[in-house]
Design a protein. Sequence first.
Length: 184
Amino acid sequence: MSSNNLRQILLQKIEEIRKKPEISKTFFTSETELVGNVKCRAKVRDFNFDIDEPEALGGDNTAPNPVEYILAALGSCQEILYGAYSSVLGIPLESVKVNVKGTLDLKGLFGLDPDVKPGFGKVSYETYIKSPAEESEIKKLIDTVEKNCPVLDILSRPIPVEGKVKITGTVNSVNKNKRKEVLA
């Protein structure tokens, strides 16, 4: 797709939302299933992909693990927005690359220290932009991307997460073939 086509598509979508703000809400979904010891298969739209752990964490090292997908999501979301907003703003880009690093303490993952959280303690990234544009235009682009990146926003602020766990199968002999729901 050319930059002009991308610009037209995005400007059209922006105009549609301005005219009908109620169409701005969208939903993204995924389905995952454990298919091995620590290997999962995911389905997102028409795409299937695997999630696995490195051998050091009991996996077969056949695919990235969940936290690696989070890091890739942040980098690629930033890159996508650089591409999209540079097109909308008319700022030429030659290349964009984002390197992301997450620090995770395994004591939290394995429940060895109640003071250590199981997730990332810190996430950092470096973005490399190559463009013939003026520095002021690039700074405007950077500000726009940083302000509007959904994955950066998700990682930067607390958001409500709700879950249910549904237990099927035999829980005990009295509850055989009944479904139990447990709030997570």
